[in-house]
Each structure stands twice: as C-alpha cells, then as structure tokens.
Design a protein around this ligand. Structure first.
Ligand code: UD1
Length: 425
C-alpha cells in the first residue's frame, strides 16, 4: 500500500497529455467478444483496470496481448468462448458487467458475478436486466451471479430506460447489434464513450443510428468482423487537469483533451474567472488569481459529470465565496468532503448537497482516498494546502490515471509516492 506525499504551494505549469478513456477502453475490450478474430485497440491507458479486463477476457478463452507502454491491446477471440465471468475478477472491476450484453448475444447465455466496485453508492443493475429481457433474454440472480439465457437468440425490441444509465445503454447496445430485427433505446445515455462504442460497432459491421442522442436505433446483423480502433480521449482525465490548473492558479495545456466533450465543466470554469483557450493540440487552462466559487449539480452528459464532482469540491474549498455542490447520480459519492474538512475546508453536508465557504488556503494533513477521483482530488487539495499532505490508498488513483504522480511532477509539483504506514489494526 502506497500513499502520495504532497508538499503544498505549487502552481501547476506546463503541458500534460491525455490518452484514451478508461470508461471507453474497458467497454471496447468487452465489445471485441462480438467478433471472431483479432481486434486491435490503440490509445488504451496503462492502468490496472485494463489489466483486469484483459485477464477476464483470457478466462473466456481469448488470447489477449496488452502492451501498456504503447497503449495497444490485441484481443484474439476464438469461435467458441466461455460465458462465465467469475466473482474474483468482477469484484475487482465493476465495469466487467459490460461483458453481459456481448456474451448473451454471442453465446446465448452469460453468467456474470454481481459486481462490487468503487465505494460510491449502490449502483443497481435493474436497467441492464430489463433491457436484456426486452431483447428476449431470461435473467435471474442466483448464488451471487446474474444468469442470462437466450437459447434461441435475441430479438429486437423497444427499450425505454427510466434513467440514462451509461452501463445499461452499453449493455443493450452491445446485445442488440447481434439481435434479430430492430431495437430502439429511448432515454439512452449520450456520453462520448457511448458514441465511441457505436463507432467501433459500426466499423465492425453493425447498423446503429442516433448514438450521442437520447434515441438509439439498432438493426441487428448476423455477424460482425474484428477491426482496429483508437479509443476516444479521456474527458475525465482532461477535466481533472483543467480543475488542477484552475485550483492551483496554474497554467496547463491539456494535450489531447477534447473541449467539445467536456460538457458543462469548461463553461463553469470560464464563467468563474479561469481562462480556457483552444489550442491546436487540445486546450489550455490558466488560473487568474483567486477564482470565484460556483454552484454545480452533477447530471448525465452533457451535464456536469459526477466523476468531476470531487474536483469541484476541492476547487470550491479554496475559491472566493460560497458554493453548493449537488450530487444527483451516486448517493455515497461525498467521501471526499470529510477528508477535505480534515484539510481545513469549511463544508456542511446535507443529504446530496454540500455547502462550501472558500478559505484562502487549506492546511496539510493525512487523508485517505476512497475511490479513483476522490484520491486525485485530494492530491490536488494537497497542492493548495500549507505544509505536507499525505493521501493514503494511492492504488485507487492508479485505477484511473496512468502515472498521476509523474504527470504532476512534470507540471512542477512536489509529489512523491511512499509506502503507507501500517494500519493500527
Ligand atoms: C459509468 C462510469 C462512471 C460514471 C458513471 C456516470 C464506467 C466504467 N463507469 O458508470 O465512472 O460515474 O457512468 O457517468 O464507465 N442505475 C440503476 N440501475 C441500473 C443502472 C444504473 O439504478 O440498472 C443507477 C446507478 O445506481 C447510479 C446511476 O444509475 O445511481 C448512474 O449509473 P450508470 O450511468 O449506469 O453508471 P455506470 O455505467 O455504473
């Protein structure tokens, strides 16, 4: 177990690169199961979650070659694949639930352990289940496994999602491409990662219209062929660097960042007094003195992403004025708040709202990461804290960011990694 050791007081300066999105790469890897032969993915991030997904695919019978240095994953899918994803791997990677749709579509059956994952709320699977049932699968839960069966294949159907769930949209999309007939998904998620998966599937021979809007139409085909595909740039990593620059009053060019995928995030930063300009390689964020606090509520895309909410907390903790941060997607995603309070932030939490009154500086202290984004947001908080902050459970951050500490050092930060102290019990 490692922790980050952060010496406060640096304004981040320089350039940082973002590669492909974790939340797309993992789903594209699962999508590879839909076609026999070799799929090649590029710009895949060098993170633990990709290693876990690669292992899961190997256990299903695929030959997977993952080179974290070049960011290339090659997945050779045999004609006959396994259909069971074990708890051992699924509990380490909640996103492995996205093999459910491809497995039912390819094998007519799937057994996927019910995931654990990040400690950020209950995250139901009801929409995944009802979507697959509409496509003709029977689904039940037994002994901790979700068992889906469609011995005679899937058929098209009308799926209306009660909530635009990213995971449920992906699962039904990846099942519907091989179903007989037309599927219409309404109230679908619109995230750029959904569009990326749709592009990938269309290249493979699928017929999909409307990805990126609330209504997606799929006309099933009988088989798909493997392709090469570059993963869409990671908008959450890009947003992390945008907030890091604004919060530390720094000046950072986010190379590879796509401003058009940032939804409300860059607009909010701009309105609050941060300069954001497009460059030919991405965008540049320049903090101009102590910025204004801003209210923000998380929403499905193109609203403000829940994955950037912890960074909005850190930003507002040291901004000028007061702000209300509202979390609408995950009920328990406010663990960052109590840690920020340890650093001297002035916070008050009420249900899914947090009120913050900005203070000039935080005060370094030991804190603990509870998930990927909270860990990264606490490291950034350490940069605007007097003295030394340690952020334990650094492994959470490794799941979402390749070389987070190195990237920060490249921007001038005094951030190192060290072994964590042994816990008292
Ligand atoms: C994905 C992202 C995650 C991001 C989230 C929202 C990956 C690997 N993870 O997660 O980083 O924070 O989108 O942008 O891509 N829900 C149900 N029933 C369901 C499905 C979801 O009630 O069947 C609820 C969840 O409990 C949650 C909300 O819907 O409250 C959002 O979930 P969803 O959009 O599905 O997020 P994920 O796909 O799990």
């Amino acid at each position: 177990m490692d922790r980050f050791r952060v010496v406060g007081g640096t304004r981040l300066r320089g350039e940082v690169s973002v590669v492909g999105a974790k939340n797309s790469a993992l789903k594209l890897m699962a999508g590879a199961l839909l076609a026999v032969g070799k799929t090649r993915l590029t710009s895949v991030p060098a993170i633990l979650d990709v290693t876990i997904m690669a292992e899961l695919l190997r256990r299903l019978g695929c030959v997977v070659d993952y080179d974290p240095t070049s960011g290339v994953v090659e997945i050779d899918v045999p004609d006959r694949i396994g259909h069971r994803a074990d708890y051992e791997l699924v509990r380490a990677l909640r996103a492995s639930i996205c093999v459910l749709g491809p497995l039912v579509a390819r094998c007519g059956e799937a057994q996927v352990a019910i995931p654990g994952g990040d400690a950020i709320g209950s995250r139901g699977l009801d929409l995944h289940i009802s979507g697959l049932e509409t496509l003709g699968a029977s689904v039940h839960v037994t002994h901790g496994y979700l068992i889906a069966a469609a011995p005679n294949g899937l058929h098209g159907g009308e799926i209306r999602l009660d909530f635009p769930s990213v995971g449920a949209t992906e699962n039904v999309l990846m099942a519907a491409v091989l179903a007989k007939g037309v599927t219409r998904v309404t109230n679908a998620a619109r995230e750029p990662e959904i569009v990326d998966i749709a592009h990938f599937l269309v290249k493979m021979g699928a017929t999909i219209e409307g990805a990126g809007s609330s209504v997606i139409e799929v006309e099933g085909v009988s088989a798909l062929t493997p392709v090469s595909h570059q993963v869409v740039p990671d908008r959450i990593a890009a947003g992390t660097w945008a907030f890091a620059a604004a919060t530390t009053e720094g000046d950072v060019e986010v190379v590879g960042g796509v401003a058009g995928h940032m939804g409300a995030a860059l607009d909010l930063l701009t309105e609050a007094g941060t300069d954001v300009v497009l460059t030919d390689r991405g965008f540049r964020v320049t903090g101009t003195g102590r910025r204004a606090a801003f209210d923000v509520a998380t929403l499905p895309y193109p609203g403000f992403p829940t994955d950037l909410q912890p960074f909005a907390l850190t930003y507002n903790a040291v901004a000028q004025g007061s702000a209300m941060v509202t979390e609408n997607l995950f009920e328990a995603r406010f663990r960052t708040v109590q840690e920020l309070a340890r650093l001297g932030a002035d916070t008050r939490m009420d249900g899914h709202h947090v009120m913050l009154h900005g203070v000039r500086r935080l005060s370094g202290a030991p804190v603990e990461a509870s998930d990927i984004r909270s860990g990264a947001a606490l490291v950034i908080a350490g940069l605007v804290a007097d003295g030394i902050t340690t952020v334990s459970k650094a492994h959470h951050v490794d799941r979402g960011y390749a070389g987070f500490g190195e990237a920060l050092r490249g921007l001038g930060a005094d951030v190192t990694r060290e072994p964590d102290e042994a816990p008292y019990i």
